[in-house]
Write a protein that binds this ligand. Structure first.
Ligand code: AMP
Ligand code: MG
Length: 336
């Protein structure tokens, strides 16, 4: 398939391709998404094929106006309404009871549906012009880091999708916070820029799914099917190292040989004796979020056999960084 490369001023063209059954990668404020009409089962199938995504991993439905919600959900829970008022449009996805009109292929057979109202102008324009809600999983090959730049999407999906819209670098850089509003107390299934504290401040209480911290046992049913899959993995095996600058660089230098590299913070650089790539300052979690996926993609270019990734808890956004890194490291965590 020949992939059309579109500029961010080509929302009309992107919408036309979507309306005629195509799949189009679009920029959003979190990461690039691979979009299709929520009602087009063939296009949805094409998304799973292009990404190599397991069919039981449900897709997020994107809307461009709060009015569209009634076509997507069968009930708009009270807490979801409050959270929508505060955080939509923005990087928050909410799980709600599914409207029967939404095909089961979208939700991996679940009776619930994930909904997001993005703030990115181009994304909103394309959804509005397409005239239907759009499904849009991250526009990467399944298992690889999510794409935060046009070039990442081109690397993974050129020749496999109808078009890719260039919207530059994504502002947040990590996927949306996913919160289930199916029970009285909302539960975070995937951490993101909208933190547990943010949600608590609106609805009074919040739970955090334990699958965020630990590898779910094979046998256990997970609330968010996506959480059970291998994720964000560069080809180079990663081990996550938790500790301050001093302890981290000592550990890495001690274990350093020509086969070892560091996925580090800016502050570590002057002390490291191995090849490195930084993903931001230890104290700037916004920068870490924005840079992490690109750094994971770049890490393979270091040509090392083990990558020690530095993690330090700094603030409420750290949990989102932790969640991606611990999966990239297949839950190999070393405390120093
Ligand atoms: P992605 O679109 O690649 O950012 O991944 C979407 C995430 O949302 C995956 O982790 C899914 O498991 C999760 N998700 C989507 N729909 C649902 C749902 N109905 N219930 C629980 N999790 C969902
Ligand atoms: Mg994804």
């Amino acid at each position: 398939m020949k992939t059309e490369f579109l500029s961010e001023n080509s929302a009309e063209r992107a919408a036309k391709i979507l309306k005629s059954g195509g799949i189009v990668a679009i920029p959003t404020e979190t990461v690039y998404g691979l979009a299709a009409s929520v009602y087009d089962k063939n296009a949805i199938k094409a998304i799973f094929t292009a990404k190599g995504r397991p069919s039981d991993n449900p897709l997020i439905v994107h809307i461009s106006d709060l009015k569209d919600i009634e076509n997507v959900v069968s009930e708009f829970p009270k807490n979801a309404k409050k959270l929508a008022e505060k955080f939509w449009p923005g990087p928050l996805t909410m799980i709600m009871p599914k409207n029967p009109k939404i095909p089961k292929e979208v939700t991996g057979g679940l009776n619930s549906v994930a909904v997001r109202y993005p703030s990115h102008e181009v994304a909103r324009k394309i959804i509005a012009l397409a005239g239907v809600p759009l499904v849009a999983p991250s526009a990467n090959t399944s298992g690889k880091p999510s794409p935060t730049k046009f070039e990442h999407v081109v690397n993974d999906l050129n020749g496999k999708v109808n078009a890719i819209v260039d919207g530059g670098e994504c502002a947040v850089g990590l996927e949306s916070t996913v919160v289930s509003t199916l029970s009285d107390i909302p539960k975070i299934l995937r951490p993101g820029k909208i933190s547990a504290e943010d949600i608590k401040s609106v609805v009074g209480a919040v739970e955090i799914d334990k699958a965020i911290f630990e590898k779910p046992p094979e046998s256990e049913k997970v609330l968010s099917p996506g959480m059970k899959y291998k994720h964000y993995s560069p080809d180079t095996p990663i081990k996550m190292v938790v500790g301050d600058t001093h302890r981290y660089v000592n550990f890495v230098n001690l274990h350093g040989g020509e086969d070892v590299g560091a996925l580090c913070f800016d502050e570590d650089i002057p002390f490291l004796k191995v090849p490195y790539i930084s993903y931001g300052s230890a104290n700037d979690t916004s920068a870490q979020s924005k840079n992490l996926f690109e750094a994971l993609r770049e890490a393979d270019k270091l040509g090392v056999k083990t990558l020690y990734a530095h993690y330090k808890e700094t603030d409420s956004l750290s949990l989102a960084v932790y969640n991606r890194l611990v999966r990239a490291a297949a839950f190999n965590v070393i405390k120093v």
